[in-house]
Every structure is written in C-alpha cells, then in structure tokens.
Design a protein around this ligand. Structure first.
Ligand code: ZN
Length: 603
C-alpha cells in the first residue's frame, strides 16, 4: 500500500513524447496489447529500457513523498531489545473462508454474519485458536455441531471435543453480529452516502472476520454479502451471482479462487457509480467511484490498463479473475486488496500541475500510486511475504515496478528522478533510524511502512538489476514469481532464485543490503604523483561494515575521460592508477548505479 500521497509528487522534466491529449488512443492501444500479452511469452529484455542511457542531468525540485499521517507519528521507536513475535502457522491453517454478511439498510452495522472456515490440521491439536475482534458472538459450530468457545482479548478459542490428527479437515462456523471497531470501515462517501469498505492492513481483518490474521495464512474466500437493493457490492474475485431475497435485499456472491493473504480480503458496499472502461475479453476491469465522480473515473484511472499490460508482460499473467479499482475508505493512499484495490477518497480530485503526467494528463503521483497498487497484485498478493521481516518483497517490489512503469510511459528522466528521490528519502531516514530492511524487531507493524521497505527495497532491486543485467534479472524475477505464485516467499527465496538465474553468489550482497543497515558514504581524495600516476584514496565513512560493491569512477582530464571500477575489500582502499595527465575532475558513480552518498576532494 501507499501512505497518503502528497499533491506535490515527482518532478518529471518534460522530455519528448506523447501528447497527453492522446491518452484515449493510448489506452485503446494498451487494451489490445494486454489481450495479446496474456498468452505472449516474450523476451523481456526488449521492454526493459536501458538504465544507462539518457541519464538525467536536470535538477530535481520536487519530492515523491509517501507521507505518514500524524496518526502514525512518530515514525519509529527503537526496538532493539526483543525480536517481534509473529502469529505464524503452527498446528493448523485455513484453506477457505466463506463469509456471509448481512448489513442493515444504513450500512451502520452487521445485522448478522456467519463465517465458515475450512481448516487443515497440521499437527495433532485439541484447540483451534482464531483471531477475532470484539463483535458480539452468537454461536460456534464444528462440522455443524454447536461447540463451546472462549472469546477474549482478540482471541476466539475453540476446544475440540476430541484431538484432531494431522491431515484432518474441519469446518468451524462462527456466527456473530454488531459494529466492527476496525477493518470493515462504515463511513460516508464523498456524496454523503453510507459505505462499508474493508481496510485491513496489516492485521485488522480479524475485527470483522475470524481469521488466522497473518499474511502467510493465505486462503481462498467466498463472500455472500446481503444489503439494500440500492447498494452496489464489490469484493475479491469473480462475481458469481446476484439474487433478490424475499425481504427485498440483494445478496451478492463473489469467489476468489486463488489463496490470498487475509489483509487483502475485502468487500466494498455503497451507491457506487460503476464504470467499465473498455470491454476486456480476458480480465474484466471496473472502476467504482462516488456518483458525483463518475465523469472523472475513466481519465483518473487511465494508467490501469497499461499497468496491467506492462506487468503482465514483465512478470507473468495477471493472477486474478478481474480487477476493480475503488475510490473509498482507506487510511492509505492505496491498498492493494487482491483484485479489488481501494484508493483514498481524494484520488480523483488531487490538484494537478505542475507535476502532471505527460502521458495521461493526471497528477504524476496518481500514475505511480496506480502502478504501485497494480504491481502488488503480483508482489504482495500473489507472492506474499512469509514474515513481516520480508515486507520489502511486497513494498520494495511495488515501488520499483511502479518506477519501471514510469520509465516506460513517462520517460527515463521520470525514472531517474523517481530513483533519486527514493535515495534522498533513504538517506534522510537513515539519519534517524538504523535498522536492516529485514527487520525482526519493530513491534508496531505500521512502523514497517518506512523507507527501508519501500525506497531502499526498490534500490536493492535496482542494484541487483544492474549487477546481473536486464535479461538475467528479468528471468530470475520471473522464476521467483512462478515458484511462489499464490504462495509465500522469503528474502532467501529471492536470493536463491537470482543466484540460480545468474550463477553468481549473492550472499554477501544480501548480507550487507538486506540483513544489515545503512548505506555507503564514500569519500574519495586524490593526489597527482610525479611519474604520471594518480593516487586515489577511497574511504567508506559510514558507521558499520564496509560495502563491497564495485564502485565506478570517471576521471576527466583536459583531453578525455576514463572510466575505472574500484573494488573495495574493506572500508579503506588506496589505489595508484597510471594516467598520462593530471585530472581536472573525478566523479564517483556518475550514473547513479548505487544507493550511496559520495564526496570527492582533490588535492
Ligand atoms: Zn505498497
């Protein structure tokens, strides 16, 4: 997800290109592209624009900020004392949820709910312990027989009449009602109409659905949502059926047949205007907005189809049955619920200039948030972080692939600005906080929505791409995705996939960039020696261990330029380089290939 997005987003030096007025034609082109690409296994290197070309020399003046709301400040507390305890799968796991929910006409409470959880027992147990908030309990059944339970402090514990062995399948049904404190947000839309929209990240779904509320506990889900006939209902997955009941209410049935993380399980209920942008043969796409924003939807969401096409081509076939883009209640700038993404209510009315997309004619930040949430459908939703410490596999990927989308559709200058902004944000963050990307300590999961998981994670992918080359990187990522599709993955799974694709040992790289903290701060000084030699003194002045990444430098003399790669083996390196004339300038990493700060001192 993204936190609130500022209206002042990425600076994109206008370069060439596509007239924003052509965006409708662009959309139609991409629609055809998507349909073709669903079955097209192409060599990806042709679509990955070269990183080394077209380096931006323009000054970046604006920031792409993922702004934390005051609600969640301060950003970080030191949590160096104890490893976080996560609710991991242990004795049982959910396989399927059937969630039957009836809402009252005012959408102010759940009149009645009955959630059936299909469970696979993994180890002998006599207890099924669900996460569940404080809605009013009516009944619990086990395989259709009412059983006793205890419900306190967010836990619903069901004691089985007899121990269940590994391999046993059980169906637990929980009946309840009331007004959820969180997770299912009951509020008004922009027109003052009541809405009910799920917003669960990171572990808030259990306030309205009894679950094993950890991202690794993925399951399929069916929603039967009953509401007033004036309401439109959307949820994860395919719409199977809409029927009218004897009392005049309607019941909508949606089924998501791919296992998804519990934080992605949502319904959206309201008097939405539904806009279907184009007839899509293979993936139905719909926009759900308030009635007063109906006219804004098609243009506001115009990067949707190109994003789907781009990621479909870059990564793999889109993993879900449809895609709904919803404007509604979320505390985030966007929330990537599988096949039913929710965007903040101001998405379509944010002020635009000066940072407008030259391709879509909408604020550039909206382009990146739309691409970011759609990229999550592959990374985060389909391949889900196995622990919270692996969150960068979701957020870092979504951030980087949104950058690649900008590179493809807004130009290389936009991408360079995006990555440079990301680097600046990491440097600022690391002045205040020094934790590894792989963070096992931070207790408040909201605090994991930080520059480590987003911007630094995206830079790690960027550096891996440069280190391995476009073709190998793409192949490695595709293999990683296919190996963990509809499942979970760890940082080690990614390392092994990229090692397999490249034949390179990436243990040191991951050890320094993922499992350790900080970034390199280089200081290069040099002396011109008699005998036509250049003495280079290259230091890493950051606290902590050295970074062993090779560092390109460019030496400029009166008659030309020479590129050299320094290969640090520790924090200090002294190297004498034969050179025919005295340098007039030396640059460290002139093409911004590393997440680093650098200073050069001539002598
Ligand atoms: Zn995200």
């Amino acid at each position: 997800m993204l936190f609130r997005v500022s209206s002042r987003i990425v600076a994109v030096p206008s370069k060439n290109g596509d007239d924003p007025r052509n965006h409708t034609n662009q959309t139609q082109r991409e629609s055809a592209f998507l349909e073709l690409d669903l079955t097209f296994d192409a060599n990806l290197s042709c679509i990955l624009p070269s990183l080394r070309s077209g380096r931006s020399t323009k000054t970046m003046t604006n920031k792409h900020r993922l702004l934390l709301t005051l609600l969640f400040l301060p950003l970080q507390l030191s949590t160096a004392f104890a490893a976080r305890v996560e609710r991991l799968i242990d004795t049982w796991r959910p396989e399927h949820y059937q969630v039957n929910i009836t809402l009252n006409d005012q959408l102010s409470e759940i009149t009645s709910a009955s959630t059936q959880i299909s469970i696979l027992v993994l180890k002998p147990t006599q207890v099924i312990d669900l996460d569940f908030g404080d809605l009013t309990m009516d009944k619990v059944s086990l395989n259709s027989v009412t059983v006793p339970f205890t419900h306190q402090k967010g836990k619903l514990q069901i004691n089985l009449p007899q121990p269940a062995n590994a391999g046993t399948r059980l169906v637990v049904t929980v009946d309840y009602h009331g007004k959820p404190k969180d997770g299912l947000v009951l509020t008004l839309d922009k027109d003052g109409k009541p809405t009910a929209i799920g917003d669960n990240w990171p572990d808030r779904v259990h306030h309205w659905i009894p679950t094993l509320d950890h991202p690794s506990a993925k399951a399929t889900v069916t929603f039967n949502v009953t509401a007033s006939p004036r309401e439109e209902v959307v949820a994860n997955g395919r719409l199977d059926h809409v029927g009218t009941n004897a009392n005049g209410q309607r019941t909508w049935t949606y089924t998501e047949n791919s296992p998804i993380p519990p934080y992605c399980m949502i319904i959206g209920v309201g008097e939405f205007a539904r806009v279907d942008p184009l007839p899509m043969k293979l993936i139905p796409i719909s926009y759900y907005v308030s009635q007063s924003e109906r006219q804004l939807a098609e243009k506001g969401f115009s990067p949707t189809i190109p994003s789907l096409a781009f990621f479909n081509y870059m990564i793999a076939q889109y993993p879900y049955e449809k895609l709904a883009m919803i404007v509604g209640a979320t505390r985030f700038g966007g929330m990537e619920n599988s096949s039913a993404i929710v965007f903040a209510s101001n998405l379509l009315t944010r002020s635009g200039p000066p940072n407008m997309s030259k391709t879509y004619g909408i604020p550039l930040g909206n382009v990146s948030v739309i691409a970011h949430e759609i990229a999550h459908q592959w990374f985060g939703d389909s391949v889900t972080e196995s622990t919270w410490a692996d969150l960068w596999l979701s957020e870092g990927f979504a951030t980087y692939y949104a950058g690649l989308f900008l590179q493809r559709y807004e130009g290389d200058d936009a991408f360079q600005s995006y990555m440079k902004n990301a680097a600046t944000q990491v440097f600022e963050y690391e002045k205040k906080q020094r934790t590894p990307i792989f963070d096992r300590d931070t207790e408040n999961l909201m605090n994991l929505l930080n520059e480590n998981n987003y911007q630094k994670g995206s830079w790690v992918l960027h550096m891996l791409r440069l280190k391995l080359g476009d073709e190998v990187f793409s192949r490695g990522i595709r293999n990683y995705y296919q190996s963990h599709e509809n499942s979970v993955a760890s940082s080690e799974d990614l390392r092994l996939a990229l090692e397999k694709a490249s034949g390179k040992d990436l243990r040191d790289f991951f050890a320094r960039w993922i499992y350790d903290s900080g970034h390199p701060q280089y200081e290069l000084s040099w002396q011109w020696l008699a005998g036509k030699n250049l003495k280079v003194i290259f230091k890493q002045v950051q606290t902590g261990n050295a970074f062993l990444d090779p560092v390109p430098i460019t030496i400029t003399t009166a008659t030309g330029r020479r590129d050299i790669v320094l290969k640090p083996t520790g924090k200090d390196l002294i190297q004498t380089i034969p050179l025919s004339e005295k340098p007039i300038n030396i640059e460290v990493d002139p093409q911004n290939t590393l997440l680093r700060e650098a200073r050069v001192k001539g002598v």
